[in-house]
Design a protein around this ligand. Structure first.
Ligand SMILES: [Zn+2]
Length: 296
């Protein structure tokens, strides 16, 4: 059994983003509460007792508060069911929530050496004290088992280095990873790929035959930020494919459930009455609601 709880599905900034006046952000502020969204993160578990977070968003404090499965066990003064955090990249929206987890409860932090080096270079993350928070290094293509029966395979996602480092460093395959998570007892599997610039044959092979996929849904169209006057970068430039391109590429794959994840506030597919939402749903995709639980 793999249990998954969605803690948030929005890209960096969430909806509404603090400084954004796009249609979605404006309407979210003005009472269309269904548009409000926390930044992307999910909790996974094989037993419902020990949970592993996929990324630690800046909204993590509220996301934990909203999620009873992640609360301390009744009767204990200090406890957390969060046994580990697995980072898929070193972006601000994936790592900032680690600072919320600083109060001395032990857990294991899993990341590629590229992402560990970002944390090591920023001394504020020393708040996660060695001896309490164990840092495990992930190797691309090598499975690890954070809990009995759970197999997690990190793989390179075509992408780029963290946006805040891109002027300083060349990108490296470890900068952005995907995770294939398999329950060894049932063979059921799920792929998390919150950032992906290209669907290579290697990535398609990993996705084909899985029971669920949570795929980069940052933008509906590649020039969305330019078209809305919100920014100068295309999706490709930021390391993301657009929903428009993902949908046909994965149309013939054998995938149980298809979810878009890590969705920017500019994306018209947030709106339940939009043409874009109708198109993704007609193609068998959905946007997971916050708090949604699925069991594979
Ligand atoms: Zn916005």
């Amino acid at each position: 059994m793999i249990k998954i709880i969605i803690l948030g599905a929005a890209a960096g900034g969430g909806v509404p983003q603090w400084n954004c006046g796009c249609a979605n952000c404006r309407d979210a502020r003005e009472g269309r509460t269904e548009l409000n969204a926390n930044q992307a993160s999910a909790a996974i578990s094989a037993d419902g007792e020990h949970w592993f977070l996929v990324n630690a968003s800046p909204d993590l404090r509220q996301q934990i508060a909203n999620t009873p499965a992640l609360h301390p066990r009744a009767g204990e003064l200090r406890h957390s069911p969060i046994a580990g955090v697995i980072l898929t990249n070193g972006e601000i929206d994936a790592i900032t929530g680690l600072l919320t987890l600083r109060e001395g409860s032990p857990f294991t932090l899993y990341a590629h050496s590229r992402v560990h080096s970002i944390l090591a270079a920023n001394s504020i993350f020393n708040a996660l004290k060695p001896g309490i928070v164990t840092r495990e290094t992930l190797t691309l293509g090598e499975s690890f088992s954070p809990a009995s029966g759970l197999d997690i395979m990190p793989f390179a996602a075509p992408g780029k280095t963290a946006l805040f480092l891109e002027d300083e460093e060349e990108s490296d395959p470890g900068d952005t990873i995907g995770l294939k998570i398999t329950d060894l007892s049932t063979g059921r599997s799920v792929v998390f790929l919150p950032a992906c610039a290209q669907l290579t044959d290697d990535v398609l092979d990993l996705i084909d035959g899985t029971d669920a996929v949570f795929f980069d849904g940052t933008l509906w169209r590649d020039d969305e930020l330019l078209a809305q006057g919100l920014g100068k970068k295309t999706g490709q430039r930021m390391g993301h494919m657009s929903m428009q391109d993902v949908i046909p590429t994965l149309a013939d794959m054998r995938i149980g459930q298809k979810f878009f994840f890590h969705i920017n506030n500019s994306n018209p597919a947030w709106r339940t009455d939009s043409e874009e939402r109708k198109k993704i749903e007609a193609a068998g995709w959905s946007i997971p609601a916050e708090g949604m639980e699925i069991t594979l």
